[in-house]
Ligand binder design. Structure first.
Ligand code: NAD
Length: 250
C-alpha cells in the first residue's frame, strides 16, 4: 500500500450511515484506518462492515446540525478512539423547492448542517491536528460548489461556502502540517439524488452530459478519499477534486 497506507490512523466520518459516507468509510478502513462513524441515522451497517475488514469502529449517533452538541461529539470520539487523524465532513442535506417558494427554514437548515457545522467541526477537530502538526481534513463539496443548480439555492450557497472554507482553512493550516481539501462529487446514485432519478427525463438529460456515461456510486469516492487522507497528498492544499465522470469538463 505504501504512500496510501492508513494503518494506525483514525478517521472520523460524518454521515457515515450510508451513501457516499459509507463508501468513503469502507475505503479508508480497507486502506488501514480505524473509524469513528458519526451520523443522525444508525451506522450499524457501516460499523459491521468496517469490523469485518478487521478495523476498529466506533459509532456516535448525533444531530450534527445542533452546534451545542458538537464539542460533546468530538470529546466522545477522542475518548473512544484516542485521536482523530482524518476528518471527513460528509453529512449533508438538500431541500428542493423553486426559489420563489423556498422557505427560510429550509434555507437555514441546509446552511446549518452543510456549511456552519463544517466550520465548527473542522475547527474543533483541526485544532488538535494543528497541535500535533499533522492531519487531513476532507470536505464534501459538490458540482454546486461551481454551478447554480435548479431549485436548490440553500444547497448551492452551502456548497460554494464549503469550497471557500476549504481554501481558507488550507491557507492557515498548510504550514502546520494539516492538509484541508475537498471532494466535489458529480451526480451519484444515493438517497440524496433519489427524487431526481424518479424523473426519467431529467435523469436522461443529466446522464447524456456525463462523459463517463453513467452516474457515480459510493465506491467512486472511496479512492479519492484515500488519496486525500494519505501521505500521498501531503503537498495538496485547498484543492477541490471533482469526482464527476467528467461532468465539469463538458
Ligand atoms: P445521503 O442522504 O445518502 O447521506 C447523508 C448522510 O448524512 C446520512 O448518513 C445521514 O444520516 C447524514 N445526516 C443527515 N442529516 C444529519 C444530521 N443533522 N446530523 C448528522 N448526520 C446527518 O446522501 P449522500 O448522497 O451520501 O451525501 C453525502 C454528501 O455528499 C452530502 O454532503 C451531499 O451534499 C454530498 N453530495 C452528494 C451528491 C450526490 O449526487 N449524491 C453529489 C454531490 C455532493
Amino acid at each position: 500500500m505504501g504512500i496510501f497506507d492508513l494503518s494506525g490512523k483514525v478517521a472520523m466520518v460524518t454521515g457515515a450511515s450510508g451513501g457516499l459516507g459509507q463508501g468513503m468509510t469502507l475505503a479508508l478502513a480497507e486502506a488501514g484506518a480505524d473509524i469513528v462513524a458519526v451520523s443522525f441515522s444508525s451506522c450499524a451497517d457501516t460499523v459491521a462492515k468496517v469490523r469485518a475488514l478487521g478495523r476498529q469502529a466506533y459509532e456516535i449517533q448525533a444531530d450534527l446540525s445542533q452546534k451545542e452538541g458538537l464539542e460533546n461529539v468530538v470529546a466522545r470520539a477522542l475518548e473512544a478512539a484516542g485521536r482523530i487523524d482524518i476528518l471527513v465532513n460528509n453529512a449533508g442535506i438538500i431541500r428542493r423547492t423553486p426559489i420563489s417558494q423556498h422557505s427560510w427554514d429550509d434555507f437555514d437548515d441546509v446552511l446549518d448542517l452543510n456549511l456552519k457545522t463544517v466550520f465548527y467541526l473542522t475547527q474543533l477537530v483541526g485544532n488538535h491536528m494543528v497541535e500535533r502538526g499533522s492531519g487531513k481534513v476532507i470536505n464534501i463539496a459538490s458540482m454546486l460548489s461551481f454551478q447554480g443548480g435548479i431549485n436548490v439555492p440553500g444547497y448551492t450557497a452551502s456548497k460554494h461556502g464549503v469550497a471557500g472554507l476549504t481554501k481558507a482553512f488550507a491557507n492557515e493550516w498548510a504550514s502546520k502540517g494539516v492538509q484541508v481539501n475537498a471532494i466535489a462529487p458529480g451526480y451519484m446514485s444515493t438517497d440524496n439524488t433519489a427524487p431526481i432519478r424518479e424523473d426519467k427525463e431529467r435523469t436522461d438529460s443529466i446522464t447524456t452530459r456525463i462523459p463517463a456515461d453513467r452516474w457515480g456510486t459510493a465506491e467512486d469516492v472511496g479512492g479519492p478519499a484515500v488519496f486525500l487522507a494519505s501521505s500521498a497528498a501531503d503537498y495538496v492544499n485547498g484543492h477541490v477534486l471533482c469526482v464527476d465522470g467528467g461532468w465539469m469538463n463538458r
